[in-house]
Design a protein around this ligand. Structure first.
Ligand SMILES: *Cc1c(COP(=O)(O)O)cnc(C)c1O
Length: 399
């Protein structure tokens, strides 16, 4: 059967019809352990009863009203997010890219409203991923995403990751902000060292710049804290969050201090769907779970076990695994075989993972996994290593 969908994805030949916690069941009845989490989205697992109930309850009341009216669920979610973070104000939208667009617009507007519209440029970092809109592919700066889509949107300057001298040299009179992922996701789980983030904060103070953290992938408990910036002790002025924030219902949010948001006045930005009652119900339900006592402690505990066992796995299979990376339940294996081959071998063992840049395979399980699921994943990853080793032996023998 030919597909009517644009061929922009290399889809595996599996369709899932049910999910339960960290497990997915395919249409042929086979069960898979989901350590991809829909690319860090299914933060509280599939079919979490609290999320299902919240969605059904809201669906029976009202789905959508537009932002021309009060949305109590949004007021509540906004209040909870600001109470739990550095931020004073939030803007809801539908995706990570849109949250970053809001962050970029906010940073430019901040300077314009202060009488400096010439300060509109944003410095980003090599290996970054900020989304697929025209502005966010320019921010990400990756050739493979920019090619063929016309002139790159102006206003983004890119410097190497973790290179302070290059960053200092790039700051000029037109610079408005610095924008960084505390841990690069698509780029291959490169962790920005806390001292580097502290240096960014100091440079922002020195030059009157805004600091933007893209926590679309690292946020909502993924690293064992509600947001990854807490690990570094450095708070941004503006932050984007999406992916896991509503457990699979599309939702993005741009959070900011009152000062950073000072240019965002009546009528300057908007969205039709963003922050609608269904999304707000799901977002509030996810926070109920993630902010509950002990939840993040458990994420840290399970992730420590996972990391230890992965380090042992790497020692047993040095020809396949080169390095273990990441923080919390945002872990990556840098492999010596092509990462897509390794992910395919893991899938043959009914374990789902997500390839990333720099030949890394990401493990982004639901945050609700227990130790038993972590250990089961390592067993399946070991079987995947054995598959890769057998394939290497077979090609050696053939040669
Ligand atoms: C996924 C991702 C985005 C884009 O989010 P979409 O919802 O796909 O638009 C932006 N930034 C980071 C760090 C991401 O991981």
């Amino acid at each position: 059967m030919t597909s009517s969908l644009l061929p922009t994805y290399a889809r595996a030949d599996i369709a899932f019809e049910r999910g339960d916690g960290a497990w997915l069941t395919a249409t042929n009845g086979e069960r898979y352990l989901d350590f991809g989490g829909g690319i860090a989205v299914t933060s509280v697992g599939h079919s979490h009863p609290h999320l299902v109930q919240a969605l059904i309850d809201q669906a029976q009341k009202v789905w959508h009203v537009s932002n021309l009216f009060q949305i109590p669920g949004g007021e509540r979610l906004g209040k909870r997010l600001t109470e739990a973070t550095f931020a004073d104000l939030v803007f809801f939208c539908n995706s990570g890219a849109e949250a970053n667009e809001a962050a970029i617009k906010m940073a430019r507007k901040y300077h314009a409203a202060k009488g400096h519209p010439e300060r509109y440029r944003i410095i980003t970092f090599e290996g970054a991923f900020h989304g697929r809109t025209l502005a966010t592919i320019a921010a990400g700066g990756q050739k493979k995403y920019l090619d063929g889509f016309g002139p790159k949107v102006d206003g983004f300057d890119q410097v190497p990751f973790d290179d302070l001298p290059a960053l200092k040299a790039a700051i000029g009179p037109a610079t408005a902000a610095l924008m960084i992922e505390p841990i690069q996701g698509e780029g291959g789980l490169r962790v920005a060292p806390p001292e580097f983030l502290r240096a960014l904060r100091a440079l922002c103070a020195e030059h009157g710049l805004l600091l933007i953290f893209d926590e679309v992938q690292t946020g909502v408990g993924r690293t064992g804290r509600l947001y990854a910036y807490e690990n570094s002790g450095v708070a941004p002025d503006i932050m984007s969050s999406a992916k896991g924030i509503a457990g699979g219902f599309p939702l993005g949010v741009c959070l900011a201090t009152k000062e950073a948001a000072s240019g965002m006045t009546l009528g300057v930005h908007g969205t039709t769907y963003g922050g609608n009652p269904l999304a707000m119900a799901c977002g509030n339900a996810v926070l109920d779970i993630v902010l509950a006592d002990g939840f993040l402690d458990n994420v840290r505990k399970v992730s420590l076990l996972l990391k230890q066992r992965l380090a042992e796995l790497k020692d047993r299979h040095p020809a396949v695994i080169e390095e273990i990376r990441g923080e919390g339940l945002m872990t990556g294996l840098k492999t010596r075989v092509p990462n897509t081959d390794f992910a395919a071998a893991a899938r043959a063992e009914h374990l789902l993972s997500i390839p990333a840049g720099d030949n890394v395979v990401r493990l982004l399980p639901p945050l609700v996994i227990g130790e038993a699921e972590a250990l089961e994943a390592v067993r399946r990853l070991e079987a995947a290593c054995l598959r890769c080793e057998a394939a290497m032996k077979a090609t050696e023998t053939a040669a």
